[in-house]
Design a protein around this ligand. Structure first.
Ligand code: ZN
Length: 203
């Protein structure tokens, strides 16, 4: 089964994500289990309505926080929801072959990767080699942090800036520019609040 058109509009996809997060926050999630018939139907092909670039943090599982089931979300998870060539390739796959109309960069409060990147950026902390390479992808986001904001507020601002930085890199690609110009694809940023379970979509 192959589809050459999006399963819905970007606006409809965003509405579904917001409604799913509302059900999750209210404790009224739809999918405690999945039925065998659904799995058999999905075996024929996938048609996810949104692509999510999120963090690996165990407390931020996109399917659960958006009350979504098998086949609904195409998800990439990497510490700090950073962008790299492999992740760009996965995003491009979602755009070219799956036609998901909505792309979401999903950061979260109290992100360990962003906390570590702040330590590198502002305290010259030294990280193990491969973690350092990962954090290099976050550092440019921290250059634009406002002065005079400290502690939890600084981490809060850094999380949001890092989401915007990942969005910027995706949008800066020729393919990203072209899809947006066509008007059928939307990219949005969001931050998940660990304590409330609520997803805050950025303006
Ligand atoms: Zn994280």
């Amino acid at each position: 089964m192959r589809h050459d058109s999006p399963p819905c509009t970007a606006a409809e996809a965003l509405t579904r994500l917001k409604a799913g997060n509302e059900r999750f926050v209210r404790g009224e999630a739809r999918f405690p289990t999945v039925q065998k018939e659904i799995l058999a139907e999905l075996a024929k092909g996938q048609r996810p309505y949104a692509t999510i670039l999120g963090c690996s943090d165990s407390r931020v599982p996109p399917e659960l926080i958006f009350d979504s089931s098998f086949g609904e979300l195409f998800i990439i998870r990497v510490a700090g929801n950073v962008v790299s060539p492999e992740i760009m390739g996965t995003l491009q796959y979602a755009g070219v072959y799956l036609h998901t109309p909505l792309f979401v960069v999903l950061g979260h409060e109290c992100c360990g990767a962003i906390t570590a990147a702040l330590a590198v950026h502002e305290e010259d902390a030294v990280m193990p080699s491969r973690i350092g390479l990962l954090l290099d992808n976050v550092l440019p986001a921290l250059d634009t942090l406002p002065a005079g904001v400290a502690g939890d507020q600084r981490l809060h601002a850094a999380v949001e800036q890092n989401v915007r930085w990942s969005m910027h890199q995706i949008l800066a690609t020729p393919e990203g520019q072209a899809r947006l110009a066509e008007g059928q694809v939307t990219i949005v940023g969001a931050v998940y609040e660990l304590e409330t379970g609520r997803v805050r979509f950025l303006d």
